[in-house]
Design a binder for this molecule. Structure first.
Ligand SMILES: [Zn+2]
Ligand SMILES: [Zn+2]
Length: 151
């Protein structure tokens, strides 16, 4: 039996925490960042990996993160992030804009759907006194990422 005192748990935790913090800053130097939802690590140099809304959120987490987050935001902030998110999905994830809700792919073929206020008319559906051409007067745009075709 050793009479050497065991490293007490608190010390061990502190040491671990310090090591983790060092690792984390090392990873950040390499451009690797964690999703704030699932804590998975991503290469942040790839703009499609993490959506930056103050918090970094990965594509897989967007679908549950956004409905929850959007409910907590003031409407001005919400629109700002909504537009940013719409652009991110369009630019990096092959989202398509649907003006006509009837033309959208069936729900089981949608990977992700986002309804965003139209940027042109700021969700009013009217632009310069006439029906907004961009959203067809609906004030909203529907973005759909179709499911990857298999087979
Ligand atoms: Zn995530
Ligand atoms: Zn519009």
């Amino acid at each position: 039996m050793s009479d050497q005192p065991h490293e007490n748990t608190q010390d061990a935790l502190t040491r671990l925490e310090r090591e983790l913090a060092r690792l984390k800053s090392g990873l950040e130097l390499l451009g690797v960042r964690a999703c704030t939802c699932c804590q998975n690590l991503f290469r942040a140099t790839e703009p499609g990996n993490l959506f930056d809304a103050g918090d970094l959120v990965c594509f897989a987490c967007i679908r549950h993160w956004w409905p929850e987050r959007s409910g907590k935001l003031a409407s001005q902030d919400r629109q700002l992030i909504e537009h940013k998110l719409a652009h991110w999905l369009l630019n990096h994830h092959g989202a398509k804009v649907y003006y006509d809700h009837n033309k959208m792919p069936p729900e089981d073929q949608q990977e992700l759907r986002l309804t965003a206020a139209c940027e042109e008319c700021e969700g009013k559906g009217v632009w310069a006194g006439t029906k907004c051409r961009f959203c067809g007067g609906q004030g909203t745009l529907c973005l759909v990422i179709p499911k990857a075709q298999t087979g």
